[in-house]
Design a protein around this ligand. Sequence first.
Ligand code: SF4
Length: 349
Amino acid sequence: MKPFTYTRPDDAGAAVAAVGADPGATFLAGGTNLLDHLKLGVAGPSALVDVARATSTDIVERDDGGLVIGAGALNADVAAHPVVRRDHPVLAQALLDGASGQLRNMATTGGNLLQRTRCAYFADPTTPCTKRDLTQPCSARGGWARYHAILGAGSSTGGASCIATHPSDMAVALVALDATVQVLGPGHEGVGQSTRSVPVAELHRLPGDDPTRDTVLRHGDLITAVELPPSPIARNSAYRKVRDRASYAFALVSVAAALEVRDGVVADVRLALGGVAHKPWRATRAEAALRGAPATDESFRAAARAELVDAEPVETPLGGNAFKLDLVVGAVTDTLRRLGKARPTKETA
Ligand code: SF4
């Protein structure tokens, strides 16, 4: 392992200053992903700046019904919080599905958002990987691509390399909930510090021509909090994760949804997908197709298929991921049916 220094500042400003001053430095939160990468040789920072004391662990209900979650709040505490369970059940469910109890007791809200892909080739420095090194080819495109992207990474979007997916379940729920992150970072041209809000839907990026970058954050930017807006529809929300095993597995496909049905018609809907792209995928086409449509399985299936019009699954000698197309349609339909309490019809996908 490459030697590094370790510091633990007492406030966010000092943490941002420490990382901003060293191009090789990185923040350390719960460490559930980063420490593996240090040991594997995937990451080799010159300095670790521990933000355990620098970020809030508070979960605060605002007067307007919104919620502010400190970036240091543990995944276990957010999942168990009574207001989260009552007003944003999709978030509580995504966190419970996201990791074991031991990991939830270490992983933080900010760190969860910034975890890196679980593509097996990315974590294995003996195999070529464009995300680790832009001069290398992508091993997954000719190898094991079962967990990889079907949206936003193909030729139609200018992405010629990485087909990795973002692994966070929590982030998919936050995208469906229109959450924003509060960021403290170095100021313009390194002078001072500044704060800004970034919608979680815009925090992560598609791979494009630089898959080494997972997010729009700049070096030294620290997520300090996540804000959930007041959202009555979120009370009728759910998270559905489809995976190869019941635990210790990342999503093949996941669905975060909130639904409001009036007189048998979809009055409003929020829909996001996980396991399908380099970022949590807000299903805006499906949402548009659903608003005003009958709350039936036929509508739900048609909306899911509309979202997949530009999908580009890959086929490889070790197994592709075209099966995800039907999996998305089935998972979306089943999740919305349960939220709308509609009766199932014969077709299942
Ligand atoms: Fe690397 Fe991305 Fe290809 Fe995986 S899919 S091997 S992370 S370039």
